[in-house]
Write a protein that binds this ligand. Sequence first.
Ligand code: BDR
Ligand code: CA
Length: 313
Amino acid sequence: MTPRKIIIDTDPGQDDAVAILLALASPEEIEVMGITVVAGNVPLDLTQTNARKVCELAGKPETLVFAGCDHPLVHRLVTAEHVHGETGLNGPDLPDPDLALQDQHAVDYIIDTLRHEAPGTVTLCPLGPLTNIALALRKAPDIAERIQEIVLMGGAYFEVGNITPAAEFNIYVDPEAAAVVFGCGAPITVMPLDVTHKALVTKPRNDAFRAIGTPVGMAVAEMTDFFERFDKEKYGSEGAPLHDPCVTAYLIRPELFSGRFINVEIETGSALTRGMTVADWWGVTDRPKNANFMGDIDADGFFSLLEERLARL
Ligand code: BDR
Ligand code: CA
């Protein structure tokens, strides 16, 4: 099987980190061409440092990492230190990276790569606010039809919101960017909170990461330990949702997920519901279908995959 070429666009984030580790551990299915970084969970200077730390943790210092936008298209940046800690990657104590940032801007790297590779052979995997992807599409509208697929973590329908009562964090931070992406015409698969809130790191699952016994296993256990204190308190659930790895797991084992091909629009106007993903799950409009919106996950299968792959690093 030829591995699928992907660009991961990310704002690490502990769950972003696990998503990246899973991709880097799966070369049979995934070729990580580059990692583009955006401001989101914490400001850009921290997210780009965290991305480089994670590549070194994975033992892949040759990974290309590009810094992108440091603020959303229209609104001021909203961050989530209350979830991820002041570094964005609180939990493990990871060394400052030697891996250098690439000189090119992330947006230009995305454009150049899509123009250079054969049409329909590069998948974009956004794990944070959609600013870099939207800016690339605005600057170079010709790239839209060259994208194989956009597989992203963001939005919600039945679970509604986590940063406001109506909106999920990644979409809320840059709804104008999300509107550009959902309207671009490329095939889109969405991992919303409806899926990720079922991917809970329970105590036995956290113990299993630790039991891998490697620096990666320990670091992932420490990351999810940290992440969990907030979510347990907030949701009263038995563990923290591991949002972003659902994206990279989907590329490896799509059969772990199920959903519907529906219309999804982004609310950008209303102060009350800004960033809401208005998902026509029941097909009550004739608006054009634009997204493969996931609703369910085989959580045990997902965690088995994670344990198996993380143990390789
Ligand atoms: C999303 O927001 C971030 O805090 C996580 O990294 C994830 O991408 C979940 O709403
Ligand atoms: Ca993220």
